[in-house]
Each structure stands twice: as C-alpha cells, then as structure tokens.
Design a binder for this molecule. Structure first.
Ligand code: FE2
Ligand code: FE2
Length: 391
C-alpha cells in the first residue's frame, strides 16, 4: 500500500492543505492518506491566537471528510496523545510499526522540504518514509527543489518525489488567523470557527449572513450531506419565487433543515428535554423524526430564526395538518431536490411547479407507501397532512 502522512498544526486547515492532499492522493496513488495534527510543533511555538488541540483536530476531521473518501482518508490523534514536542521521527516510527510492509510518504510543503536536513533525526525520517514535497507558492523555484532533492538523496539516501500541484493557493494559516474571514477555507471549517468563536471571530450567531449561516450548517453534518443541503436550498428558493413565498425564509429553513441529522439519539433527546419539547412515542424511537425537532430548536435558539422557519423545519419529515406555504416548500424541496433519485421523483418535480398542494400530497402518499413496505408505523402527522391537502 502507498500511505501518505500529512502532518501540520492545521490551525486552521485551509484550501491549500485540501488542494495539496487531493493532488498527493492522485499523484502518489495513495491507498491511504492520514492527517496528523501536531500537538506542539518542534520548529515553531503556537501563538496565543491558536485554537486548542481538540479544536484543530475537529477542523482537520472536517477537512478530511470533505475529501469524500472515508475508506481512504483518516485523521490520527497519535501526536496529540503523545507528551512533549511532536517530532516527526517519533511519528514515523509509530506508523512504521503499524505498517511494516508498506510504502510511507511524508507529505510536506516548501518551507519544510527545504529545511528537512536540519530537523530532529532527519536521517531516521528519510529512512522510514519517502519524502513528497509540493510547491506552495508560484515563486517556489524548481532549481531550489532539485538542489534539495539531490542533497537529501546524497546525504540520507532519501527517496524524494516533487509534486507539482495543479492549482497553487498562496495562503497561510497565519494570514487566515489575522484576517478572520472564510475566503480561503472550506465552508465547513469556517462554520466551525464561527460556531466556536475561534481566532477572535465573534459573530452573533443569531444575525449571520446567509453565507455564514450556510457554513455553520455544513460544519454540523458529514460532507456527504452537503450536496443535499445545497440542493434543498436552491430548490426552496426557486419554489419560493414561483409561489410568492419569502425567499430569505425559504433559504434559511432549507440551509438549517438537516443540521442535526447526525446527532445521536441521546443528543436529540437531551436537546428536546433542555427546551421542554414534548415528544410522542414514535418520535422517541426514530432519529429520522427527531432530527426535524432538534433542527427546528437549533434554528430558533442558536441561530435566532423566526417561528415560520422553526415550523417548516419542525414538520419537514412528516408534514402536518394545515401546512403553510413555507412548510410545503421545504417539505417538497427536501423530497425532490436535484440530487434525489428514485422512481416517481420526476413527477414530483413537475407537479411542484404546477400544483404545490398536489405535489405535497403525492409526497405524503409516497412516504406512506414506503413506510408500509418497510413495515413501519406511519406518523399521524403525515396522514393529517394528506387529509388536509385533499379537502
Ligand atoms: Fe431531514
Ligand atoms: Fe433533508
């Protein structure tokens, strides 16, 4: 196996890291890519503006997840679990033990590569892993790279690959911390920074812009859900235009509708308990039903959204009696956004722009049929939604 090891402080991880990781996976044909957030890098002190190790770990996990290859990409805590400075040689010894037969590649940017011979136990590093260096800025000189490659080969017998990145992001974590905006970050990493008030970014979560609200929502779910959330947002806004509904409310309800999708049952129940939200017996045992309740609570109490948005998220899985225009739009957008693919979805898509009530009724009927096939109990709200739409 080819295994890439990508260490760093990731304070925060940015698009440069992401681009380099993606390129390394392709160019080195990596079977595995392991991000290793450093606890305390030997070559620099972490500043006062740094995020805590567990926060850097969480942000690195969000970045790794955005590579959408969970079976190949992981984040390892071994440096965070180790006392003292995070020496690369110690880390590589641990990986060598874990993967005795495999080809290890240590991934690094320009600055690291050009000073590798000065690192602690550089000889050992080069004997345990190949070195894969990528250029970080346009100014990186090929001549300097080649000189350094030769030096490491001659002095340490190192195996060196120089990776040319298809796209170079001239950006550093230090600048990002200073600027305090999300321009060079994955939306989910920026959302995490917003929600946790890192790097001196203290936005009022109840008055976020649409972009910042979206970043927060994306930071709360696995990356495989992102396309769906963006699809619901686009569809909900289109439907709002078609049916004369408030576009901002539609957008915000769509952005937040699945934000608690991956919470544990325990966390859902604790949230409902904290906000004194009563649950019926069916809801108590179904995460699918619970995420609508807690999503609505989070939208209202954390992100300051209105009662209309609360209600639309609250009923987005089951529907309910006498749904409002916004409720219907979120319900049907969730059902038939462009990423959805199931028999009958085309019919729903057409109907939603011609007869919204008929589309929602058809959605309810399809849900009922699906529940019947699975032998699951149908929530009374779905039956009531259908009855109230048919009158
Ligand atoms: Fe949902
Ligand atoms: Fe959804």
């Amino acid at each position: 196996m080819n295994i890439g090891i990508y260490g760093g402080t990731f304070d925060p991880p940015h698009l440069g890291h992401m681009g380099a990781a993606r390129a390394a996976m392709a160019l080195l044909e990596l079977d595995k890519l392991i991000f290793v957030p450093a606890k305390q890098p030997p070559h620099k002190a972490l500043g006062d503006d740094s995020a805590a190790p567990e926060q850097r770990l969480a942000m690195t996990r969000l970045m790794a997840d955005c590579l959408l290859a969970p079976e190949r990409v992981s984040v390892d805590e071994l440096e965070l679990d180790r006392e003292g400075k995070s020496y690369t040689s110690d880390t590589l010894r641990q990986f060598r033990k874990r993967y005795p037969q495999d080809q290890l590649w240590l991934l690094m940017g320009t600055d690291m590569f050009l000073t590798l011979q000065t690192w602690h136990e550089s000889q050992t590093i080069c004997s345990l892993a190949g070195v894969a260096a990528f250029a970080r800025t346009e100014a990186d000189s090929p001549a300097a790279f080649l000189r350094q490659k030769k030096l490491l080969e001659d002095r340490f017998g190192a195996q060196v690959r120089v990776l040319e990145l298809p796209q170079v992001y001239d950006v550093s974590s230090t600048e990002i911390r200073r600027q305090g905006d999300g321009a060079h970050l994955l939306p989910s990493v920026w959302g995490y920074i917003l929600r946790n008030g890192l790097y001196g970014v203290h936005r009022d979560l109840t008055h976020l812009s649409d972009d910042d609200l979206r970043a927060c929502a994306l930071s709360m779910v696995y990356a495989k859900r992102h396309a769906h959330i963006l699809g619901v947002e686009a569809e909900a806004v289109k439907l709002a235009k078609r049916w004369g509904c408030d576009e901002t409310l539609a957008r915000r309800a769509a952005i937040l509708h699945d934000c608690t999708k991956y919470w544990s049952t325990q966390r859902h129940l604790a949230c409902c308990e904290a906000y004194k939200l009563p649950l019926d017996p069916l809801e108590l045992t179904s995460e699918k039903l619970l995420h609508a309740k807690t999503g609505a609570l989070v939208a209202r109490h954390i992100f300051g959204q209105s009662d209309q948005v609360f209600d639309a998220i609250f009923c987005h899985t089951t529907g309910k009696r006498d749904m409002t225009l916004l409720d219907k739009i979120i319900y049907i957008a969730d059902y038939m956004e462009p990423n959805r693919d199931f028999p009958g979805v085309e019919r729903l898509r057409e109907l939603a722009y011609v007869d919204l009530d008929a589309a929602v009724a058809l959605g309810c009927e399809m849900s009922i049929e699906e529940m019947n096939e699975k032998g699951r109990e149908i929530h009374p709200n779905t039956l009531m939604a259908l009855a109230s739409l048919q009158h």
